[in-house]
Design a protein around this ligand. Structure first.
Ligand SMILES: [Zn+2]
Length: 474
């Protein structure tokens, strides 16, 4: 499963054009890897208590199969955000757990912290997505016995084969110096309970298995995935760097992480479940930095292509979707091949506003930090470097953080049972399809009858063939 955090349809289209233009094409005709998938559906993303959702409630939907309240992970809608005492008894399990229970290998790869909202719904049950470590939890939640998400990552499902992303600081005791940023106080360990979760992770692995904790790209690329049983890679104290800012010595790309993950997981003859999150598409948009967001989306598409070369549609269902959209748009009657980012004239709509007589960029946000008024008027974008990696596109309403969007997102699917993702679905339908295809989870009775006859589904087919002469007779 590939999850583009905040990858609404407008983001997919703009990323497609950017991908083409990075290869010196006009862009519009380019095909993303996800564009090549034969089945597409729409996913209704709302949370039980929110029309415009967040990444926690949505992660619970597309990983655990139930819609939930915003801000909560791995719990049903009976749990209220921040209310620790509403957690117990309302935990829901994820497709990662269902796959593990069926003997498959499982993995999580993300560009955010590994204990961030999206991945955490795969293994944790928390009334608040922000409880990254005990340092971020209110005293009453701690006294009521709730555990932070990093702790749950190491304890709830103890044999996750692959965990990669950021979030190192949440694993170490308070004020422990970071291995990479020795001078940075914000990179130091956060844990009030004094635990070293890396040591705990190691202690839970069988002695005869090969377990590796790594923290940089060089170590990752030096591994022989075919001899690795368990891999924990934490490449940043917090979220990983944006792809455009990535340090090629210390930070692997999303596609590099996905490649190693699939090599490790696919050794299991029973198969695997892997969640790959392009987690910072969302962060780029929140900051109004469309260029960062779109390069994150292009990198996730590269990872999808990488996975496609390592798996077969004969035995692997691949689902690509987003948790929610953003108030990101592009328009303005731009001509064919209009470069999204390269100045001097591209990136702009071909005309000036007929109202304030100023040029405007094709990319805009409905709200966010790019709102700029200079001398009582909208800023003249031709006076600023709007192709800069960190340029904040203009928005209609000033907000420090641009918001999510409420419209449906796309679901792309290929492989066994991919046709079940076709039409308009509730977001929490998605993991049930994946579980149905994989013969795991609660509703797998259809597989038992098929396996009796030795192949995926000849039972009903043979039955129909047997009826055929009768149908002709009557
Ligand atoms: Zn977000």
């Amino acid at each position: 499963m590939f999850l583009g955090d905040g990858m609404g349809v407008s983001t997919v289209t703009a990323a497609r054009i950017l991908k083409g233009q990075l290869h010196h094409s006009p862009g519009e005709e380019t095909r993303l890897e996800m564009d090549k998938f034969p089945y597409v559906a729409l996913s209704k993303t709302y949370n039980t208590n929110a029309q415009v959702p967040d990444s926690a409630g949505t992660a619970t939907a597309y990983l655990c199969g139930v819609k939930a309240n915003e801000g909560t992970v791995g719990v049903s809608a009976a749990t209220q955000r921040t209310e620790c005492n509403t957690t117990q008894g309302n935990e829901v399990t994820s497709i990662l757990r269902w796959a593990k229970d069926a003997g498959k290998s499982v993995g999580i790869v993300t560009t955010t912290r590994v204990n961030h909202a999206t991945p955490s719904a795969a293994y944790a049950h928390s009334a608040d997505r922000d409880w990254y470590s005990d340092n971020e939890m209110p005293p009453e939640a701690l006294s009521q016995g709730c555990k932070d998400i990093a702790y749950q990552l190491m304890h709830n499902v103890r044999d996750i084969e692959v965990i990669m992303g950021g979030g190192r600081k949440y694993m170490f005791p308070k004020n422990r110096t970071d291995v990479e940023y020795e001078m940075d106080e914000k990179a130091r360990g956060t844990r009030l309970d004094g635990l070293n979760l890396i040591d705990i992770w190691k202690s839970f692995k069988p002695k005869h298995k090969h377990s590796h904790y790594i923290w940089n790209r060089t170590e990752l690329l030096a591994l022989d995935p075919y001899t690795v049983d368990y891999l924990l890679g934490l490449f940043e104290p917090g979220d990983m760097q944006y792809e455009l800012n990535r340090n090629n010595v210390t930070d692997p790309s999303l596609s590099e992480m996905a490649e190693v993950a699939i090599k490790i997981l696919s050794k299991n003859p029973k198969g695997f479940f892997l969640l790959v999150e392009g987690g910072r598409i969302d962060h780029g948009h929140h900051e109004g930095k469309a260029k960062q967001a779109l390069h994150e989306a292009v990198e996730m598409d590269r990872a999808i292509g990488q996975a496609g070369t390592m798996t077969s549609v004969e035995d692997t269902l691949t689902v690509v979707t987003a948790d929610h959209s953003h108030v990101f748009t592009f328009g303005g009657y731009t001509p064919r091949g209009n470069s999204i980012f390269v100045p001097p004239c591209a990136g702009l709509a071909p005309m000036v506003s007929d109202t304030d007589k100023k040029p405007f960029t094709a990319i805009l946000y409905g709200n966010g930090p790019g709102y700029k008024v200079v001398g009582g008027e909208r800023e003249n974008v031709s006076m600023v470097d709007y192709a800069h990696n960190n340029y904040q596109a203009q928005s209609a309403v000033p907000l420090r953080h641009e918001t999510h969007g409420g419209e449906d997102v796309a679901v792309f699917a290929k492989g066994p049972m991919a046709h079940l993702l076709h039409g308009v679905h509730e977001q929490n339908y998605i993991p049930h399809v994946m579980a149905y295809a994989a013969c795991i989870g609660a509703n797998r009775d259809h597989c038992a009858s098929a396996s009796l006859s030795g192949s995926p589904s000849p039972g009903p087919l043979l039955f129909l063939l047997a009826l055929l002469p009768l149908a002709i007779l009557f």
